[in-house]
Design a protein around this ligand. Sequence first.
Ligand SMILES: Cc1ncc(COP(=O)(O)O)c(C=O)c1O
Length: 418
Amino acid sequence: MTDLEVQAFNLKDEGRIYLDHNATTPVAREIALHLPKWLNAWGNPSSIHQAGRGPKALLREARQSIAKLIGASPLEVVFTSGGSEANTTVLASFFLDPARALMKKVLIVSAVEHPSLLKTADWLSSVFGVEVRRVPVSRQGELDRNAYTRSLGDAGPGSAFLVSIMAANNETGHLFPVKELCAEAHERGAFFHTDAVQTLGKIPVDLSAWGVDFASFAGHKFYALKGVGILFVRRGVSLKPLIHGGNQERRRRAGTENTLAIASLGFMAGHRSQILAQAERVTQLRDRMERDICAQIPHVQIIGGSALRLGSTSSVLIPGVDGESLLMSLDMEGVSCSTGAACSAGSPEPSPVLLAMGYSRAEAQCSLRIGLGWGTTEDEVNRFLDILVRTVVRLRQFHRSEIASASLPVPVGGPSCP
Ligand SMILES: Cc1ncc(COP(=O)(O)O)c(C=O)c1O
C-alpha cells in the first residue's frame, strides 16, 4: 500500500499553513481519486436487488478494515454520523435502557471531556435523574486517581454505573490510561466507554487490549470524509438504538448508511502501517517546535508539557496576548490554529478544559492550540514560528501593561518548557 498524500491541498495551493488537525483533518488526496468508483455504488445497501450489492460490499469491506485498525471484530463496529452521535448514543442507550429503569444510575466522567459528552451528561442528569460524578484533573491534565476510585465506591450489583473517560484530550492532547481505568471500573462492576475520537492516525488503538465496552471515533479526524463515526460495542454488550427506524447496523442505529464517507474511512483504515511512522515524525516536529517557542517567546508555558500527550498537539499559554486576537492575526498571516475546541469558536468564553485543569480565566484566555498532522512539513513549522514570534511581539506591545501586572509569567525554560 502506497504512502498517502494528506496535504490540505486547497490551503497549500494558497501558501497557507494548516495547524488545526484536532478540529478536522484534510481529506487524503487518494480519497478524491476513489470517489468516482464509490459513487457508482449509489444504491441503498439494504436493498436486496442488484443496486444494493455494490454499496453493501463497500460497507462490508470498510467494516472489516476499520475493525482490524481498532482491534475489534467487524460485528462490533456500528457506523454513526460522527463522534458526537457515538458519544450521545452510548450514554443515552445505557441509561434509558428499560432493563435499568429501577436501578441507581451513575455516570462517571472526567472534568475535561468533549462537550458532546458533558452536555449529554447534563441532559441525562436534568431530564432523567442520572447522577453525574465529575472526576477532577490536575494542572498537567492527569486524572485524580483517588477521586476516580472513590467515585466507583458504591458501584455493585443492582446499580447501573457507566464510566466515560476519553482516550486523548482534544485541546491538550493529554492521554488517559484507559486500560487501567477500565480494569478498575470492571472490577467494580461498572461499564466503560472511551471517547477515542482524537486517537485515530495518532496512536495505535487496540480495543481488545484496552478492554473497553464502548468506544467512539470520527472519520473527519483521520483524513476521511465528514459525516461518519464509529461506535464500538463489545460483543455481548447490548446497545439500544438512539435513532429508531430501519434495521441497519444490526438494529443498533437506524438510517441509510453514509456509504461514501464510510468507504473513505475504510480506505484510511487500510493505511495502518503509516500511523506509527507518521506519529514519530510529527512528534519530533512538535517537540522541536515547542523548544523553539520556549526559546524565542518569553514567559510561555506548554500546557501538560510533562504529562503523556499526543505527539501532534501543543497547547500553549502566551501571557500578554489575547487568544482570540492572536488567532485572528495568525489567520491574516496565513496560519490556521485554534484557541480551544472548534465547536466553541466564536465564543468569548475561555476553554472549559483549561478552567477544569485549574487555569484562571485570564490564563485560559491567552491559550493557543496547535495541531500538527500527517501533511505538516518542517518548512511550515519554521514559517509558523517566524510568524508566531513576530505576531506575539506586536500584540504584546499593545498589551504591555497586562504582562507587567499579570500573575502569569513562567520563566523561560521553566518546568513546563521541554
Ligand atoms: C474528543 C472529541 N470527542 C468528540 C468530538 C465530536 O466529534 P464530531 O465532530 O465527529 O461529532 C470531537 C470533535 O472535535 C472530539 O475532539
